[in-house]
Design a binder for this molecule. Structure first.
Ligand code: SF4
Length: 362
């Protein structure tokens, strides 16, 4: 392919079609980094709200480094993949500790920060400093697979190397910022997963091998996905009403997840017990089933099954059931602590817990 032809078609399309996104209108590496981390696995509309909140609350990497991890997790609540928020905070502290403020300037230093892979390092290096590194996100893998008609899976080690070699050949070294912005936007808006009639009006159709060979809809190829592992979880929402000086207060129990390998590490949730197998074989969503897990007997608790969800993560399918137990006294359960219901929003709660709260009226 003649690169100059690709650049002229691509850049003309980009000038006419690009979205105005705040992180594409700045060369501030801190803002670009925040946007790239927030936008991983997140739609632009949802990511925009979080991005604007983060940059207004923590205006510099120093301010973010000085925040409590709990505050960062609380601000991240609802975005999922909380390890990204923990790494964001750790990376800010690394930048400050190493004296790299306002932000590292070389690809190697950027790549060495927690939570930053090749893609994010390339995006920051090119968008902030116009350094000649590619930024291969899912959109770019798709465009490259189709332009060059590559039917190797792009998500294997060998596939990544192959695609990386190809994008190095395509990269516009005279303006990597423009090239990366344009090809990413082109993948997001024109060379989309489901193509419809897009190829008919595509400005790159003349240089696209998959279009010429009729294979565009089949690309890119992924490696087979691993089977999801099922887990069954019973959550117990204790509700205690107390009256003090004529005022009613509602209390409950929370616990913090303490396993550093856990995706919800340091997030808060209701007490939970993992069941060894599928409890629905025993009659589905029943409060009775949960008494043993709650530490209560039927007489002690006025219990009710309130909701159940299947929550899918990258490698796990969680079958979660939530039970409300109305009690006179909160039980003593290891690792839990009492919280006023009105203060639940002070804690960073897992998305699953937030979903359940929509169904619970204490
Ligand atoms: S012709 Fe179709 S497959 Fe090829 S780059 Fe354009 S939109 Fe993508």
């Amino acid at each position: 392919m003649v690169n100059s032809l690709l650049y002229s078609h691509l850049y003309r399309w980009y000038e006419a079609n690009r979205r105005i996104l705040p992180w594409r209108e700045t060369e501030d590496p801190y803002c670009i980094w925040l946007s790239e981390v927030i936008l991983q696995q997140t739609r632009v509309v949802q990511g925009m709200e979080y991005y604007l909140r983060f940059v207004s609350r923590w205006r510099t990497v120093e301010e973010l480094a000085a925040a409590d991890e709990a505050e960062v997790l609380r601000e991240w609540q609802g975005l999922g993949y909380y390890s990204r928020a923990r790494n964001l905070h750790k990376a800010a502290q690394t930048v400050v500790a190493n004296g790299w403020t306002p932000f590292p300037r070389t690809w190697d230093d950027i790549r060495a920060l927690p939570g930053i892979g090749d893609y994010t390092a390339g995006a920051i290096a090119s968008f902030a400093y116009n350094l000649p590194y590619p930024a291969m996100d899912g959109n770019v893998y798709r465009v490259v697979a189709r332009l060059l008609d590559i039917d190797e899976p792009f998500d294997t080690t060998a596939g990544k190397k192959l695609f990386h070699r190809e994008i190095e050949q395509l990269l516009d070294r005279s303006n990597p910022r423009l090239f990366n912005s344009a090809i990413m936007e082109f993948g997001a808006l024109c060379c989309t997963p489901v193509l419809g009639d897009n190829c008919l009006t595509c400005p790159l159709s003349d240089v696209c091998l998959a279009h010429a060979n009729g294979t565009a809809e089949l690309l890119p190829v992924r490696k087979p996905r691993p089977k999801l592992k099922d887990r069954w979880l019973d959550y117990h929402i204790y509700v205690q009403r107390t009256k003090d000086n004529g005022q009613w207060t509602i209390n409950t129990l929370l616990r913090r997840r303490e396993n550093p390998k856990d995706i919800w590490y340091h997030l808060y949730e209701f007490p939970c017990e993992e069941l060894p197998d599928d409890p629905t074989a025993e009659g589905g969503l029943t409060a009775k089933r949960s008494y043993s897990a709650s530490g209560l007997t039927a007489k002690q608790s006025n219990s009710e099954a309130v909701c159940e969800f299947v929550h899918v993560l990258s490698h796990r399918r969680l079958h979660a059931r939530f039970f409300v137990h109305r009690v006179k006294q909160l039980p003593t359960l290891p690792g839990t602590f009492p919280v006023a219901w009105a203060e639940l929003d002070v804690y960073a709660l897992s998305r699953l817990t937030l979903r359940a709260l929509d169904s619970v009226s204490p």
